[in-house]
Design a protein around this ligand. Structure first.
Ligand code: SAM
Length: 250
């Protein structure tokens, strides 16, 4: 039984918008505070209400939901503003992980800040995010890293791979199953050590591909780019699901 305590750091008369992190696969990866917040708010803004419904059912949360996504019209934002003006508390969730991190919500939060300034409390309820989970299991230096979200499909892609090859920080990005092989091929090409270093182990950088983190078919493949590429070429049934790529720094 969850205690119904209130530890909000802000005036209770002020409307609040909670940015609530939800699981990236395993439904048990949710904090007690996230569950309590989702129960207590007046409305949950969901990227896809059908996806969030599974989580809400699991935790017997019957708070009303409303969709808010990248294509949401201005009228939806106005509706959200009205609810906040009426004193309602809202939670923002995405389909998985931390909203606003390569996910809808960033613009909404910026708009709420612009419209209300300090009059609305914007409160994070931290939890899972695929970027941090992949980075944590990589074993690569993580005291500083460069997160690139999703790479561009065409324009600027080659330049970005050159920058990744030169990066002096661990690099992390999200990738889709449609492009993972192409990306691994580009990494194989760009992370080649210069000819003078070719025979030296020191020149070989590793990458980690985290697939389906926290889910049934979770796997973390670590090795030189050609080894990781070979793994997926030899196991085409594994070129599916969700991927995070982590690259050892130079
Ligand atoms: N906001 C989310 C977060 O905090 O992790 C990320 C949302 S972004 C739209 C979705 C991408 O995150 C996926 O395409 C994949 O690259 C990555 N991702 C999300 N869940 C994952 C998982 N369980 N395993 C591996 N990658 C995942």
């Amino acid at each position: 039984m969850l205690a119904k305590t209130t530890d909000y750091r802000y005036c209770t008369l002020m409307s609040k918008i909670f940015i609530v992190s939800t699981p990236i696969g395993n439904l048990e990866d949710i904090t007690l505070r996230a569950i309590r917040t989702l129960k207590e708010v007046d409305l949950i803004l969901c990227e896809d209400t059908r996806v969030t419904k599974r989580l809400l059912e699991r935790y017997e949360i019957d708070t009303p939901t409303m969709s808010y996504h990248a294509q949401s019209k201005l009228s939806k934002v106005e509706k959200i503003f009205t609810l906040l003006e009426e004193g309602k508390d809202l939670a923002l969730v995405s389909d998985a992980g931390t909203p606003t991190i390569s996910d809808p919500g960033c613009l909404l939060i910026a708009q709420v800040r612009e419209r209300f300034g300090d009059a609305i409390a914007i409160i994070p309820i931290p939890g899972p995010s695929a970027v941090l989970s992949a980075l944590a299991v990589s074993g690569f230096p993580a005291s500083e890293f460069l997160f690139l979200g999703f790479l561009p499909h065409k324009k600027g892609r080659e330049t970005l791979f050159k920058e990744i090859a030169d990066a002096k920080r661990t690099v992390v990005f999200y990738e889709s199953p449609h492009r993972i092989l192409k990306t691994l091929e580009s990494l194989r090409k760009h992370l080649q050590p210069p000819p003078s270093l070719k025979l030296r182990r020191a020149g070989k950088r590793k990458i980690l591909v985290a697939r389906e983190l926290t889910k049934i078919y979770e796997e973390n493949i670590i090795g030189e780019p050609e080894e990781v590429l070979a793994h997926f070429l030899n196991n085409p049934d594994r070129v599916r699901g969700e991927f995070v790529v982590v690259i050892e720094r130079k």
